[in-house]
Ligand binder design. Structure first.
Ligand SMILES: Nc1nc2c(ncn2[C@@H]2O[C@H](COP(=O)(O)OP(=O)(O)OP(=O)(O)O)[C@@H](O)[C@H]2O)c(=O)[nH]1
Ligand SMILES: [Mg+2]
Length: 568
């Protein structure tokens, strides 16, 4: 039987069913079509068809579209809006035979707070980068019959481990009001006789922030409202203090508990709070406080054990695919990789028997995310390590050529650096020197940035706002972390490193390899300076490992050497 529409409509089949006609699916498409259409025109697969015979793609030499590219962003700016407090309620009991009962207005609910938590489940900031705003819930207004308003919902921002959070600006209306009130009080005390209390120096009446905090019964007239004497605002204990400005968090470990970024505002008090013997029916309640708003910037520095650094097209992604189960994109053109990839190397090959015995130090767990004085670290058998593959660096990357050096931040915290050098692309020694030059310049730039940031952090932004957060353990411990980090010396040149010489399966690469090996041996002996030019850089045992990543040759040696350096 002839296939329905076997002539004309078949012209449209590639448009209607593109998946049947894509380059990889040619064979399937033709086979299925020939099954469905028994007509003589159907193209059956032939063994000499170039599309079917010249297909050498495999896991390490994949087709251009065989890769996974999850959404990724390593920077995000967010505006945080904590929840405002709900207003207190002015209400009086009304019941049968009691038309003028006692006050029974409920309190307003507190606003929701915003927290941040670093978890292992997250890998990127792209979701946050798209959101731009984070709002915690508003507290609901209190109601009659002593019903308090509902509390606003808290929000927890989850970020990947390795995220750095910096506060850019904040607006805290309550702290500002407090500061204005304190100055007014001081001024009144000083110049009581000279200036009328409610007038400013320019003769204009000063808006009393204290007065604006009251909410009056809607039924009363304006003149009555002006005459009404209001009690002093009650001093209220805050459940949560705002963290001291500017917030700086380095979330390099998963945080066991969420960390407060912006505390929700307090809800207002209902009118029963102001009832007294002289004032049995208070016609006022307090407003909910205004919420704090804050702009923050987040930067993710991936935390991999090993960082791959190389020129574009050197074979970094192929090496990552060979060494781990990563599906990083591979292609014979430059800048195939546009965002960092992380691969995990399983040391026991999932067979339960470690190929390489390796131990890593684990810190004893502590409830306090910022605890610095932890007990002695324990040693635990390492079963896996992670590798980060980043976009290739080109000469002049520090001048923002190519993809720039922004991606180097992802290898900045790696324990070991692996320089991937293509033996088939010019002099390998020159390539290595060029890479180290860029890395060195990057390290210098970061150090300058760090110095600048430290100078900025010394400015007390909260001065004059009447805020005393000196007892805040949050801030003091964060500072201690900072100091520890700086004294530790995070300079990139101090890290252990080695070179992976790839593409050694290609002809005429031996001489290039020998020259590179000689050069590295000279560095280890101390005859040649470290390629970055930095003094006291790591030159203990500079090795080069020849590999053919595409054939998976020499990969085990890379794993052994890496583990040796990690255990160091
Ligand atoms: N012959 C041979 N070719 C290789 C080897 N490793 C990688 N290649 C090829 O080199 C080309 C570039 O490989 P990639 O892994 O994409 O290189 P990359 O360093 O990740 O490149 P960028 O992401 O652009 O920086 C591809 O065509 C690979 O097939 C190897 O060991 N031998
Ligand atoms: Mg790549």
């Amino acid at each position: 039987m002839a296939c329905r529409g076997s002539r004309g409509p078949r012209v449209f089949l590639p448009f209607l069913y593109p998946s049947l006609f894509n380059p990889n699916g040619t064979q399937i498409a033709r086979a299925s079509l020939s099954k469905r259409c028994s007509s003589t025109e159907a193209a059956a697969p032939t063994p000499h068809d170039p599309a079917t015979t010249h297909n050498h793609h495999h896991h390490l030499n994949p087709a251009p579209d065989d890769y996974s590219m999850p959404n990724f962003a390593d920077k995000a700016k967010l505006s945080l809006y904590a929840g405002g407090g709900g207003h207190g309620c002015i209400s009086f009991l009304r019941e049968a035979y009691m038309d003028d009962g006692p006050p029974n207005g409920g309190d307003g609910g507190h606003g929701g707070s915003i927290y941040i938590q670093a978890t292992h489940g997250e890998t990127s900031l792209h979701k946050l980068a798209r959101r731009k705003f984070i709002r915690a819930g508003k507290g609901k207004t209190g109601q009659g019959s002593s019903k308090s308003g509902q509390r606003g919902d808290d929000v927890v921002i989850t970020v990947p481990v390795g995220t750095i959070v910096r506060e850019l600006s904040r607006n805290d209306p309550e702290a500002e009001n407090e500061a204005i009130t304190t100055t007014r009080m001081r001024r009144r005390k000083k110049q009581q006789a000279l200036i009328p209390a409610e007038m400013g120096e320019d003769g204009e009446p000063i808006e009393d922030p204290q007065r604006a905090k009251w909410i009056l019964y809607p039924g009363i007239s304006t003149s009555e409202a002006k005459r009404m004497s209001l009690p002093p605002l009650p001093n209220r204990e805050r459940l949560l203090r705002q963290p001291k400005a500017p917030v700086y968090l380095d979330l390099s470990r998963p945080t066991p508990r969420p960390i407060l970024l912006a505390a929700g505002a307090l809800g207002g008090l209902g009118n029963p709070h102001f009832a007294s013997r002289d004032r049995a029916k208070p016609m006022f309640a307090t407003r909910g406080e205004q919420p704090i708003t804050m702009d923050i910037e987040m930067e993710l520095k991936l935390l991999a054990d090993v960082g791959l650094v190389g020129l574009p097209n050197a074979g970094k992604s192929t090496l990552l695919r060979a060494i781990s189960n990563s599906r990083a994109r591979v292609g014979h053109w430059e800048f195939t990789t546009l965002q960092p990839n992380i691969g995990t190397v399983v040391l026991d090959n999932n067979k339960g028997r470690p190929l390489v015995k390796s131990y890593r130090q684990v810190n004893a767990t502590s409830d306090d995310p910022w605890a610095v004085n932890l007990p002695e670290p324990e040693r635990e058998q390492r079963t896996r390590f992670t590798i980060a593959d980043i976009p290739g660096l080109i000469e002049g990357a520090h001048l923002d050529r190519g993809l720039g050096i922004a991606f180097l931040r992802h290898v900045e915290r790696a324990g070991v650096l692996a320089f991937v050098v293509d033996l088939n692309n010019g002099n390998a020694v020159e390539a290595l020197k060029a890479l180290w030059l860029e890395v060195g310049l990057y390290a210098q730039m970061r150090e300058e940035e760090e110095q600048h940031r430290k100078r900025e952090a010394q400015i007390d932004w909260s001065a004059g706002l009447g805020e005393d957060s000196s007892d805040s353990t949050f801030w003091t411990t964060t500072k201690t972390m900072e100091e520890a980090r700086n004294t530790g010396g995070l300079h990139i040149a101090g890290k252990p490193w080695f070179v992976v010489a790839t593409k050694c399966d290609l002809p005429d690469t031996k001489a290039n390899f020998e020259e590179l090996r000689e050069y590295l041996a000279a560095i280890t002996r101390g005859d040649e300076p470290h390629p970055s030019g930095v003094e006291d850089a790591w030159t203990k045992d500079c090795a080069v490992i020849p590999v053919s990543a595409i054939n998976k040759h020499g990969i085990d040696r890379v794993i052994h050497w890496t583990v040796g350096l990690l255990d160091g």
